[in-house]
Design a protein around this ligand. Structure first.
Ligand code: ATP
Ligand code: MG
Length: 117
């Protein structure tokens, strides 16, 4: 059962209701409830929830691409993965033109570990 976090949920809801795209960086101690908060927030919204794992960059991009392409049927007809991170991230802005979408990248340090750039 999810408890409390009203202030944090309201903050995210405000950002979500903004007319522009928003980037929110959520950080905090281990086990403080970051993932749970984001899952709760996404529940009733169109979303992609990607959890990074400690794998080589190429595999990370492949896994992230797959999650993005599940929501992008048009692109999925032609490709099975994005050629680089820039293309993958650009595709999010394409997606967002059609409908509002929340993209969560959890455990982000693992993504950075595989690719400092
Ligand atoms: N608001 C909440 N209500 C009830 N249980 C919660 C809440 N937030 C977190 N928990 C529980 O506390 C534990 C830790 O939460 P969570 O995994 O979200 O933390 P985290 O900050 O993402 O941790 P990590 O840094 O290891 O990724 C989980 O078992 C989760 O279900
Ligand atoms: Mg977590």
């Amino acid at each position: 059962m999810f408890i409390g976090r009203e202030e944090e949920l309201n903050f995210l809801e405000d950002r979500y209701n903004s007319a522009d795209g928003q980037l929110v960086v959520l950080y905090g101690r281990r086990r403080v409830g970051k993932t749970e908060l984001l899952r709760q927030f996404c529940q009733d919204k169109e979303h992609i929830f990607y959890t990074c794992t400690e794998i080589i960059d190429e595999k990370q991009l492949e896994a992230f691409s797959q999650r993005l392409l599940e929501k992008n049927q048009q692109a999925a007809k032609y490709i099975t993965r994005f050629s680089d991170w820039e293309q993958a991230l650009l595709s999010i802005s394409e997606l967002a033109k059609e409908k509002k979408i929340v993209v969560v990248i959890d455990e982000f340090p693992y993504m950075v570990k595989g690719n400092n750039a």
